[in-house]
Design a protein around this ligand. Structure first.
Ligand SMILES: Cc1ncc(COP(=O)(O)O)c(N)n1
Length: 246
């Protein structure tokens, strides 16, 4: 089965991160991508700009895509503000599909990409909603300091499950040296520590969070169970970090 995945994300024209990275990951996983830009961005070494999409256009693009066929999964990347969030949510009402929510509010260089608050993200929770925060985002969502150990990350995953997310993946790529590298998966009332090896990455290999969430959405859309889908998505990102290709 070829999953058709809706990507709601910011357009970063070089494709290092954002919507074009999402499209590459979905296609590499054998899916069809429906790419709806929630914002235009420019992210250079000295240049930075974000212009949110017109909510009416977002509604029209998602509606038009649904007229052509079913959506099997939705990946939420950058949502610049409440009006884009409301437009997308209203248009997806009644859709029976997995959602993967990547709560990215800042670029890895620290630039602001969204005005959403934790409460906006927590309102997206549901049994078929996966949230994929990194450590900083997990702390931000819960209103507490960022997890600094694997145990803290497990607690954060449990707390986010309790807030109603069916699946939580806390990405531990920035755990302190000595903690090793581990992602924590929370689902069905338990947490699973998924160890990994720290890979050196050239600075242009960005958008790992985008790729992880998109590959995960493609797998879930195909009908892969959450745990196997997370494993496949992690392998996708490891391969991307090694090779620079999806
Ligand atoms: C449009 C957009 N979406 C997501 C990211 C996060 O990616 P990264 O963490 O690599 O900066 C980004 N920089 N820009």
């Amino acid at each position: 089965m070829r999953p058709r995945v809706l990507l709601l994300a910011g357009l970063e024209p070089t494709g290092r991160a954002g919507l074009l990275a999402d499209v590459a990951a979905v296609r590499a996983r054998g899916g069809d991508a429906v790419a709806v830009p929630t914002a235009q961005t420019a992210q250079g070494t000295h240049t930075f700009a974000v212009v949110p999409a017109a909510p009416r256009m977002l509604t029209a693009q998602v509606t038009a895509a649904r007229e052509w066929g079913p959506l099997h999964a939705v990946k939420w990347g950058v949502v610049p503000g409440p009006s884009q969030l409301a437009a997308a949510k209203a248009t997806l009402k009644g859709l029976d599909a997995w959602w993967v929510v990547d709560p990215v509010v800042r670029s890895s260089r620290g630039q602001p990409l969204s005005r959403l608050s934790p409460r906006h993200y927590l309102a997206l929770a549901g049994p078929r909603v996966v949230v994929t925060p990194n450590l900083e985002e997990a702390g931000w969502l819960l209103g507490r300091p960022a997890p600094a150990s694997v145990e803290d990350a497990q607690e954060a995953a449990e707390a986010l499950c309790q807030r109603g997310f069916g699946v939580v993946l806390v990405k531990g790529g920035h755990l302190p040296e000595g903690q090793g590298l581990a992602d924590v998966l929370g689902l069905e009332g338990r947490t699973l520590v998924m160890r990994g090896r720290r890979l050196k990455r050239p600075p242009e290999r960005r958008g790992t969070g985008c790729r992880l969430a998109s590959a995960l959405a493609a797998e879930l859309g195909r009908g892969t169970g959450p745990e196997a889908a997370v494993r496949a998505a992690r392998e996708h990102v490891t391969r991307y970090l090694r090779t620079g290709r999806d």
